[in-house]
Design a protein around this ligand. Structure first.
Ligand SMILES: CC(C)(COP(=O)(O)OP(=O)(O)OC[C@H]1O[C@@H](n2cnc3c(N)ncnc32)[C@H](O)[C@@H]1OP(=O)(O)O)[C@@H](O)C(=O)NCCC(=O)NCCS
Length: 97
């Protein structure tokens, strides 16, 4: 039986796409699943000549490392973006592959 161990949601936004969610079940982490999901989404966007923008908690170093490794760069920040008051980095792909 197949089971869902990770998911993402990419939403059209303006001229490109916004990454709304990315999640991998805790027992399946550190196996490259998020990287594979993200590479699929990047290919999808780039085939259409579009960029992906995302927001990430400034404290979420694991996700920031993942996105940086995939070619995303911090382009600005959003103060108190999250309901608990934490700031977000806004990141996007700086070079289409
Ligand atoms: C962030 C998250 C999606 C990563 O999923 P994952 O499948 O474990 O990630 P991968 O195995 O593909 O890791 C890819 C890279 O991300 C970074 N990374 C991911 N988890 C990490 C960890 N626990 N510690 C350090 N680096 C980590 C590393 O750079 C890693 O590359 P490496 O394995 O070559 O070192 C997962 O931890 C998660 O679902 N977290 C909760 C939800 C969340 O924070 N989503 C992002 C919201 S913006």
């Amino acid at each position: 039986m197949k089971k869902v161990v990770g998911y993402a949601h990419l939403k059209p936004a303006g001229e490109g796409y916004d990454l709304m969610y990315l999640y991998v079940a805790p027992e399946y982490r550190r196996r490259g699943i998020a990287k594979e999901i993200m590479n699929g989404l990047i290919n999808f966007a780039e085939k259409r000549g579009k960029n992906i923008t995302l927001e990430v908690r400034k404290s979420n170093c694991n996700a920031i490392d993942l996105y940086t490794g995939l070619g995303f760069k911090k382009i600005s920040e959003r103060k108190r973006y999250y309901s608990d008051g934490e700031d977000a980095w806004i990141m996007c792909l700086t070079e289409l592959r």
